[in-house]
Design a binder for this molecule. Structure first.
Ligand SMILES: Cc1cc2nc3c(=O)[nH]c(=O)nc-3n(C[C@H](O)[C@H](O)[C@H](O)COP(=O)(O)OP(=O)(O)OC[C@H]3O[C@@H](n4cnc5c(N)ncnc54)[C@H](O)[C@@H]3O)c2cc1C
Length: 423
């Protein structure tokens, strides 16, 4: 079977990071576990602040969601502002809303400052209404976003057709703060910048145990160890080993397929402004183009099981429905990734012990939030100030029936795709 961990992003990424396997014993101020956006942003922040920092990654930088995602650098969370306030309370909710409103600006500023080679396009995103009910959802989101000062615009059916090149949508919500990136390039670029600032990176070095010795944390890998004053566990949906500090979430798979670079004629008819898009469907669809003009379409689903043919057949049909001009285009690359969903869709910061925090659960919105959370969790630990955290930390976080709920989501996506591909 094809390896669905191999993505288009690995083929087109031009950023490289120097790293080796950990084979000795180190002593540092901050040890970071996991080389995604959260871990690399934390390492960059700590190194720039003058702390000694090392990052341990089980595989390669960007092995997890950070190297597989759609590349939509959005403002805010998946949840609209009123829901965030309802879950966190007004004060914490407003703080998170304000922090994440500028998250794309933070991402694009880091890209510029460190000349990260990751195809940045800051031309906004379009949340497209797949139905009349989807348009109502967007009208509600528009009202809530405008109430907190977000410069979003509600576009008509005609405007959406002109912007996307598809006649399938009932309207869309345009967010000019957002944009698209080459997701693996961005995470590798963050790692390179952190490395240039003095952080040490070790890959193929899964942390196998995390224990306390006096007032120091000890992290053991197969061939080395790290002694650290503070620890950030940023392993999210790709957590392995370390059963005692495993994050609780519902795993949801999301797959993508890409075409070869489109001809100039086709390219001119599809997303001429280069926005990144997703729709309001419950089993949502996303689409965008990359720098070379490949069209990339994605949806919820796991490509690795026997029933995954339904996802492939459906995505082919969906492509033709949305963009009839692309119906003959072969889909050359396909890959998937795992998203850590929490029940309330709010990211979690849990306390593993003194000066040790775990961060997870961006629920499919992790480029901006991962960058912001990584930075603030590092600052909070180094300054020993919990008020700097983007959400209040909790001593533990549980999710019930995660296996069952994963099966429910996957069966729902496969069944929907099976039925829609046939009729
Ligand atoms: C298919 C897909 C599409 C998505 N689309 C978008 C999008 O368009 N926009 C958006 O904002 N978000 C999107 N997301 C969400 C986003 O990608 C994630 O929220 C984000 O990448 C999480 O970053 P992270 O650093 O927290 O975790 P990850 O990137 O998952 O990194 C965790 C790392 O920890 C390592 N690790 C695990 N255990 C150990 C250990 N014991 N020792 C050492 N290392 C360990 C893993 O190997 C992994 O590299 C998407 C996610 C997926 C999967």
């Amino acid at each position: 079977m094809r390896d669905h961990d191999q993505s288009l992003w690995q083929q087109t990424c031009r950023e490289r990071v120097e790293s080796t396997v950990l084979t000795n014993t180190l002593t540092v101020d901050l040890a970071v576990i996991g080389g995604g956006y959260t871990g690399c942003a934390a390492a960059l922040t700590a190194a720039r602040a003058g702390a000694s920092v090392c990052l341990l990654e089980a595989q390669e930088i960007g092995h997890g969601g950070s190297g597989r995602n759609v590349g939509l650098a959005n403002a805010g969370l998946w949840l609209p502002p009123e829901d965030i306030r309802a879950h966190l309370g007004a004060a914490s909710g407003d703080r998170l809303i304000n922090l994440l409103a500028v998250a794309p600006a933070d991402v694009f500023e880091l890209i510029e400052r460190h000349t990260i080679d990751c195809e940045p396009v800051r031309n906004g995103t379009l949340h497209c209404a797949h139905s009349g009910a989807g348009l109502k959802d967007l009208q509600n989101r528009y009202a809530q976003q405008r109430a907190v000062g977000a410069p979003v615009e509600l576009l008509s059916t005609d405007q959406t057709r002109q912007r996307t090149g598809s006649a399938a949508f009932h309207g869309s919500l345009f967010d000019p703060r957002a944009g698209t990136i080459q997701p693996l390039g961005y995470v590798r670029g963050l790692a390179r910048a952190a490395s240039e600032a003095g952080a040490q990176f070790f890959t193929r070095s899964p942390v196998q145990s995390l224990t306390r010795s006096g007032d120091i944390w000890v992290l053991e890998t197969e061939r080395g160890s790290v002694r650290a004053k503070a620890v950030i566990q940023a392993t999210n949906a790709y957590h392995q080993s370390l059963a005692a500090s495993a994050p609780a979430y519902v795993p949801v798979y999301y797959f993508q397929f890409s075409t070869a670079p489109l001809s100039d004629n086709l390219r001119a008819s599809i997303l001429p402004g280069g926005e990144g898009c997703w729709d309001t469907g419950l089993i949502m669809t996303s689409f965008r183009v990359d720098q070379d003009g490949r069209f990339i379409i994605g949806a919820m689903g796991d490509l690795s099981h026997a029933g995954s043919g339904a996802h492939r057949r459906w995505i082919r049909r969906k492509l033709s429905e949305l963009f009839p001009q692309l119906s003959d285009q072969p889909l050359t690359e396909g890959w998937h990734g795992r998203i850590a969903m929490t029940s309330d869709h709010i990211p979690k910061i849990t306390e593993i012990g003194p000066n040790a925090l775990s961060v997870h659960g961006y629920s499919g919105r992790g480029i901006g939030p991962g960058t912001v959370f990584g930075r603030l969790v590092a600052e909070s630990l180094l300054r020993e100030d919990p008020d700097l955290l983007p959400v209040p930390m909790v001593s533990e976080y549980c999710e019930s029936w995660t296996g069952l709920r994963r099966a429910y989501f996957e069966a729902g996506a496969a069944l929907t795709h099976f039925v829609k591909a046939r009729f």
